[in-house]
Design a binder for this molecule. Structure first.
Ligand code: E4P
Length: 218
């Protein structure tokens, strides 16, 4: 399973990118708002750094406007993926843009049948929001599992991006239930890295190594 970061904060992307594990980035209008930067130049800067898929979401309400905005965003860099909402207008725009070889990520997916529609419209990616499903006492892992079952049966090329990830267990659930990608917030990447036994183990090794350097014997 590939790992994307879900943020619009450039410094966070730079840091996680430096670990050598990052394959792409997803953003949304709320994340862009929090970053307080110019949308188009930020997206372009991110795409140039990561050199992998960078999802940029349209903010229009009709398919015509979505298509125009999508074309403009896609022209900023070959790695920009247009994020469209799971609505009737979003589906229409998906089918037009994908026929123009513009990559589309259909977002706000909360059911397997929504994912099926998006895939049939030509989307390269679908983003089921597992955290928001869990928030309302349903099971985000089940959603991933069912979408995967449909895509495998259909031989659909559409990739599943597990989104709305809130903690490392969500990343594990995404990986074991068949997501192709998990898009992970900065804070969760940091949590994934940490283990108390790694810290105490390292402390012990360092202590003994220093004794060894000083010539202390057992
Ligand atoms: C996905 O692409 C979205 O940006 C994101 O994962 C939404 O997550 P949230 O439910 O934490 O807002």
């Amino acid at each position: 399973m590939d790992l994307f970061i879900d943020t619009a904060v450039y410094k966070e992307i730079e840091e996680i990118y430096s670990w050598g594990i990052l394959k792409g980035v997803t953003t949304n209008p709320s994340l862009i708002y929090q970053s307080n930067e110019n949308f188009e130049s930020l997206i372009q800067k991110i795409a140039r750094l990561v050199k992998g898929p960078v999802s940029a979401e349209v903010s229009s309400d009709t398919s015509e406007k979505m298509i125009l905005q999508g074309r403009k965003l896609a022209s900023l860099d070959e790695n920009i993926v247009i994020k469209l909402p799971m609505t009737e207008e979003g589906l229409k725009a998906t089918s037009v843009l994908t026929k123009e070889n513009i990559q589309v990520n259909v977002t706000l997916i909360f059911s397997p049948t929504q994912a099926l529609l998006a895939s049939q419209a030509g989307a390269q990616y679908v983003s089921p929001f597992i955290g928001r499903i869990d928030d309302i006492s349903y099971d985000g892992s089940d959603l991933i599992k069912n979408i995967k079952k449909i895509f495998v049966q259909d031989h659909a090329p559409t990739k599943i991006i597990a989104a709305s990830v809130r903690h490392p267990k969500h990343v594990l659930d995404a990986a074991t239930n068949g997501a192709d990608i998990a898009t992970i917030p900065y804070k969760v990447f940091k949590q994934m890295l940490k283990h108390p036994l790694t810290d105490s183990g390292l402390e012990g090794f360092n202590k003994d190594w220093n004794k060894y350097l000083k010539g202390d014997t057992k």
